[in-house]
Write a protein that binds this ligand. Structure first.
Ligand SMILES: [Zn+2]
Ligand SMILES: [Zn+2]
Length: 181
């Protein structure tokens, strides 16, 4: 089963950091400072977005977002009200959250809460320049669109994904891109 693809406006590719102020990041920082007398590493937590580029067409192949504790997703301001409500309902302010849009499927509207260690692992995996070996360590079932043999990422169209979620890259290498198969 392939999920509906909702990506329509990731404006760039590569990896970038996000510091959101939409829900009181300043007061969160202030709270951390006043409680401990100094700025702790926790207060420096920043979100991250990684969008590897398709080697053929240049469009983002996949999108990985880490939302830091207490922050909101990068595109929050563009989300529909119902998606925001769903997110507010499920999120845990104290935890990292992962939003993943893979080649053929993702982890949905509201993503998943993840441990800090996993967030760190993902962050390390998506340091540029991207390599298959490095991205593979993040543990995504589709390696965020990377073909091992090509050491490059491809988008849904250029993976030529079949109905069962199996894809073939432009060089003919095969890969399962669906978490259910
Ligand atoms: Zn492409
Ligand atoms: Zn390939």
């Amino acid at each position: 089963m392939l999920a509906v693809r909702w990506r329509d406006r990731t404006p760039r590719s590569g990896t970038w950091w996000v510091r959101s102020s939409a829900i009181g990041m300043e007061s969160l920082l202030a709270g951390v400072r006043s409680a401990s007398g100094e700025t702790t590493i926790a207060s420096m937590a920043m979100g991250m977005v990684a969008a590897p580029q398709c080697a053929v067409c240049g469009s983002p192949a996949t999108r990985v977002e880490l939302v830091a504790p207490g922050q909101v997703p990068e595109e929050w301001g563009q989300w529909k009200a119902e998606r925001r409500q769903a997110y507010e309902k499920y999120r845990d302010q104290g935890r990292w959250r992962l939003l993943f849009e893979g080649v053929a499927a993702g982890n949905g509207w509201v993503g998943d809460a993840i441990e800090a260690a996993r967030a760190e692992r993902i962050e390390t995996a998506f340091q540029e320049p991207y390599t298959y070996a490095q991205v593979h360590t993040a543990g995504f079932y589709d390696d965020a669109g990377f073909c091992e043999q090509c050491d490059a990422a491809y988008c849904y169209r250029h993976w030529r994904v079949s109905e069962t979620g199996f894809g073939h890259c432009p060089q003919g290498h095969g890969k399962s891109l669906d978490p259910h198969w």
